[in-house]
Design a protein around this ligand. Structure first.
Ligand code: URA
Length: 234
């Protein structure tokens, strides 16, 4: 397979961007810098980008995406809406890690590493997620924040203790350690503050930062390792 195609399949970048990465001299094959995007390679060729192995079992990728509103966080949508996977060009199969509502924005991970995805979404290893909610119902009172922190009785049981703070009158941040369906919206509605806009700003050790909606970046090996540790509670 052509080197640029191989890199695209491994999720390094789009085909065209991968050609640039090769021409820039960032790619080695068997330890030698290769600047020809058409070089024939396979998983046994020892392809690396910036020194990091790509393809084969080491070819696992994790991307942090800023999901825009209106994009669904499934790999495919029966209604034909755009998906988070559509926003991350890669030749191979990618899956979202967990879910964000279609109208919510913010940090979502997309990966080809099924094992990591499972680890991060398993209820036993739930890593903390922080949401910024713009709510209706006027300024959020100290009493409402206290209820959000202490737990709210929802139809599917009480919520676990959470962190809640007011960022501005009608904007709060909630850090949850569980990932129930529409949880932030249901919690806020229960204290009289229906959510008008919802953004996930943190996922374990990762922050959304200043990625624009629709943009993504590949996590470094060190970031993936921090995630894994967060899920395992180390
Ligand atoms: N809570 C919600 O209400 N929606 C999400 O997408 C995530 C958490």
């Amino acid at each position: 397979m052509r080197l640029a195609k191989f890199l695209a399949h491994a999720g390094v970048a789009s085909r065209r961007a991968a050609e640039e990465v090769v021409r820039a001299g960032r790619v080695t094959v068997g330890g030698e810098v290769v600047r020809d995007p058409a070089r024939d390679v396979d998983a046994s060729s020892g392809v690396a980008v910036d020194g990091a192995p790509v393809g084969g079992p080491e070819g696992r990728v994790v991307h942090l995406l800023h999901k825009p509103a209106g994009v669904v966080s499934t790999a495919r949508d029966p209604q034909g809406r755009p998906t988070v996977v559509d926003l991350v060009p890669a030749g191979g199969r990618l899956y979202p890690v967990g879910r964000l509502d279609a109208d919510a924005t913010g940090l979502i991970l997309v990966t080809n590493d099924g094992e990591l995805a499972q680890l991060l979404t398993h209820p036993r290893h739930e890593v903390p997620r922080t949401y910024r909610a713009t709510v209706a119902g006027g300024p959020v009172s100290a009493a409402a924040l206290r209820r959000l922190r202490e737990g709210i009785e929802l139809e599917d049981g009480p919520t676990a203790p959470a962190r809640a703070r007011r960022v501005a009158g009608g904007v709060i941040e909630l850090e949850l350690h569980e990932g129930r369906n529409r949880q932030v919206k249901r919690m806020c509605a229960a204290v009289g503050h229906p959510v008008r806009a919802l953004q996930r700003v943190r996922f374990g050790p990762l922050r959304l930062g200043d990625l624009a909606p629709g943009e993504h970046r590949r996590l470094s090996a060190a970031e993936v390792e921090r995630l894994r540790r967060a899920a395992l509670g180390r």
